[in-house]
Design a protein around this ligand. Sequence first.
Ligand code: DX5
Ligand code: ZN
Length: 219
Amino acid sequence: MSVIVSPSLLAADFMNLGKDVEMVDRSKADWIHLDIMDGVFVPNISYGLPVVSQIKKIARKPLDVHLMIVQPERYIEAFHKAGADILTVHLEASTHLHRTLQQIKASGMKAGVALNPHTPVSLLEDIIQDIDVVLIMSVNPGFGGQSFIEHSLEKVKKLKALIQATHSHTLIEIDGGVNFETGRELVTAGADALVAGSFVFKSEDPEATIAGLKNLKTE
Ligand code: DX5
Ligand code: ZN
């Protein structure tokens, strides 16, 4: 199975967002990654619900929405209405994670859990079977264009072992500092999905860069 590629629009041209969404739709990408930041959980503010709804009007690929916000449970229904297909909340921001995941799934979306770089994979031991996608942050969330934290590879391997040991169907997605080099290492370590922002949108030919990520093979 080839790797799932989810380009992050955080690095897109916001004055021409429609064009970048169309490019992702034309490309070999599988999902479209949308980063929602509240200026509280992370030290940055990105864009919110009205932008997601507008993107949904033209996007033909599933919207992979990454909530970097406190108390994400307050916005499950709103993001469902805006068009999210996968809704990912941070473990560090969720007091009642089990309930939040059930609510996301009851709305008909896939449920994701994101882990900050310092959060151990072992914290997922008793919840892994309820998670559709684990998003391992390989940078500190809040900004695009940061360099990849190498230790993330160990986390991918540990998570893969946990998923296999529990016979779960959870996908492993990685976010931050992904390029061809780190992407290949991640796929080898067991990643199912790669998010890439600046590597795609700052490249000369974003569509070709997406195709290159899609073709990454394990070593
Ligand atoms: C960071 C976001 C990422 C970001 C990745 O907080 O969650 O999705 O867009 O950007 P790159 O790929 O440039 O590291
Ligand atoms: Zn993200």
